[in-house]
Design a protein around this ligand. Structure first.
Ligand SMILES: NC(=O)C1=CN([C@@H]2O[C@H](COP(=O)(O)OP(=O)(O)OC[C@H]3O[C@@H](n4cnc5c(N)ncnc54)[C@H](O)[C@@H]3O)[C@@H](O)[C@H]2O)C=CC1
Ligand SMILES: O=C(O)C1=N[C@H](C(=O)O)C[C@H](O)C1
Length: 296
């Protein structure tokens, strides 16, 4: 894994019809762009109306046997607006059907039933095959897989010309706010040292974490030169400290995730709102703030 790759996060393209709402994430002062796209809303309605009946959004969980995959399956089961129609893991499943959900190996991806959105929390090698299935089937794609190569990031951009897509290094609301705070602090503190320290469980494979790189990019946008340090210990779900230091003083901004359900819930929320939208790359904030036409 090469540090810095995820710092190439693209901005969403400016589109006609975008509306500044002044809404903000949990009190952050920077307004979010809220895209009110009539075409997208029409297609959202048609995607959820099958045979004149409003149906749940059909989800494929990719990386289903993992820590995040298990959280996604459990949280999706509790939602009536989502239906998991396939669970895919890297290797062959021990049980073919669990809680009514058919399970598949990644090598069987071509045979999964029809779905509206794939939600991918796997490993970088798993990205291209599931993306290809989404493109072939015209399904939306939500991914939180980190440690992607340059080529894999470019594959996301290419796919986004054909399908609606969200990739985010972190689906928690708190990190979205932290990113905004880091950007503002870096702008207010030119010349200060900027250090990002991330701590995760010992099974995490990539370092620095995707979130650390995203936070570093927010600081770098304001002229900071972030440095990274990674700690792997015990079962830490995920902690990110961004420290600004100069002679005699220091500011520390920290987010601690205590439960990976926060990431899973965020990704499912985004998946539900992404289904049926127009092809392009969306940011999590677009979908948090999105205004949808009411369903009949
Ligand atoms: N964006 C976010 O909010 C978050 C992102 N993550 C990221 O999600 C990813 C998964 O994390 P964990 O669930 O902790 O990992 P894990 O190791 O527990 O699970 C990985 C899953 O991917 C599957 N897999 C592995 N190789 C595959 C392949 N080639 N094709 C298809 N499936 C494959 C495994 O069978 C397993 O089901 C990591 O990249 C992690 O950094 C994790 C938490 C939050
Ligand atoms: O692997 C994890 O666990 C996490 N990965 C993401 C990252 O790389 O930033 C998000 C979160 O920190 C948990």
């Amino acid at each position: 894994m090469r540090p810095g790759l995820q710092t190439r996060r693209r901005r969403p393209e400016a589109r006609g019809g975008s509306l500044r709402t002044g809404r903000s994430i949990a009190g952050a002062s920077a307004p979010l762009e809220c895209r009110h796209d009539l075409d997208a809303n029409v297609s959202i309605l048609s995607s959820r109306l099958r045979g004149g009946v409003v149906t749940p959004v059909r989800i494929l969980v990719h990386g289903a046997s993992g820590r995040m995959g298990q959280a996604l399956l459990r949280l999706a089961r509790a939602r009536s607006d989502l239906e998991v129609v396939a669970a895919v893991a890297g290797s062959a499943p021990r049980q073919r059907v669990v809680d009514g959900v058919p399970h598949f190996a990644a090598s069987e991806l071509g045979g999964v039933p029809t779905f509206d959105v794939a939600v991918d929390f796997s490993l970088p090698d798993g990205l291209r095959p599931v993306l290809a299935v989404c493109e072939r089937r015209g399904a939306a794609f939500v991914s939180g897989t980190t440690g992607l190569s340059d080529d894999q990031c470019e594959a996301l951009d290419t796919a986004a010309t054909r399908i609606p897509l969200v990739w985010a290094s972190n689906f928690s609301l708190g990190v979205a706010v932290l990113q905004d705070l880091v950007r503002r602090a870096a702008g207010l503190l030119p010349g200060w040292d900027c250090d990002i320290v991330e701590s995760h469980h010992t099974r995490k494979v990539d370092a620095p974490s995707g979130t650390a790189l995203t936070l570093g990019e927010a600081a770098a946008e304001q002229g900071a030169h972030p440095r990274y340090a990674s700690l792997r210990a015990g079962d830490i779900v995920g902690e990110h400290l961004v420290q600004f230091t100069t002679r005699g003083e220091r500011i520390e901004l920290i987010h601690r995730a205590g439960d990976r359900d926060i990431f899973a819930a965020g990704a499912l929320h985004v998946a539900q709102r992404l289904a049926g939208r127009a092809p392009r790359r969306y940011q999590v904030a677009d979908l948090l703030a999105a205004t949808e036409a009411p369903l009949p």
